[in-house]
Design a protein around this ligand. Sequence first.
Ligand code: ZN
Ligand code: ZN
Length: 389
Amino acid sequence: MTQVTSGLPELTLETCHHCGELVPVGAFCGNCGAHLAEPGAGARRRLHAYAAAPHEPVLRPLLISTLFPHLPHRHTHLFRDMLLGGIVLVAILCAVRVFAAATVAAAVLLPILYLLYLFEVEVYEREPLLVVLTTFVAGAALGVGFALVTQHFAVATLHPRPDTVLVQGVLFPVIAQLLMLAGPLLLLGRPRFDETLDGLTFGAASALGFTMAAIVAGSWHTLTAPLVGSGVAIDDALRLLQRAVFGAAVNAGSTAVITSALWLRRSGRRRGWHGAIWRELPVLVGLAFAVQILLGILSQVITDQLGVVVAWGIGAGVMLVALRVVVHHALLDEGAEHEIGQPSACAECHRLVPTMLFCPACGAARSAAPKRALIAGGTSATSPSGATG
Ligand SMILES: [Zn+2]
Ligand SMILES: [Zn+2]
């Protein structure tokens, strides 16, 4: 261990046995993010501490911390409560058979949370916010077009036929996935938005805009019908839950898993410590399209609405976990030169720690912090070799 005093408050350093660098003593390595308290390969991958939200494990299908990675821990429960409140509201509107209001409330639920999140974390101020909103609006415009065109060709059959399964279960999901990717791809290669989490944000924004618009445009006959409808309320509630929550999560997950991997590949800042064939772009593109097609086919062949909801719920869980695994390893892999910066408060755990790629106390990736924390942390840094003299 080494004592460092020049320019910084007294800092005790130790050599990380994963990356070999001199780093401040703590639970996590500030340079490579490995868990220092335990030895072995598992500590390097630290699957018990998600890099964007270290209080949560990686392999868990959690919607808020996956799609809203910049959100600090103390705000997670607020967004989760708003999501649950929205679902309850939709259920109540279905129960009293106000289907038009229920449809609109369900369609805008996740998009509104997403826009609140973007304003809350201030990651995309002014012009960049415009870029995110443009991705969202472009996704929404394509969603309207998709819903109107597919509605024209869609055939409602009581029993699945091979031709309708092929068109509605395979062709439509593939076209939808390609359209959700179109907006974000226009932003690929922009030097200001070249981090993995930028790719995730653009992909999720486009997919949520697309899903919202497709639900509203696809339900236009319901929205313009008399205010209070008739029929089986529980089936309508299940259909809305499937499309607006699970469907939106599947779309955001499948689109963001592709854009995150694409952005990581383009950034050129990979350190090569966390590469794996099955997390490479071609495999993830295959996974995203396979899940979309499988769910498309199941929606055609399963005649029970509850069965369709369960299928989409499982699909959403799979895509969210896949996205978490990809982003977790990307955050651990993505990094510039090893630096130990001035002390600043960690946005996640609030402890005063040296500014590094990862918080030495809680292990949160600094690139997943909200904007205000990034500014407060500053970018000036002292190299450890200079500090130790
Ligand atoms: Zn390390
Ligand atoms: Zn921390």
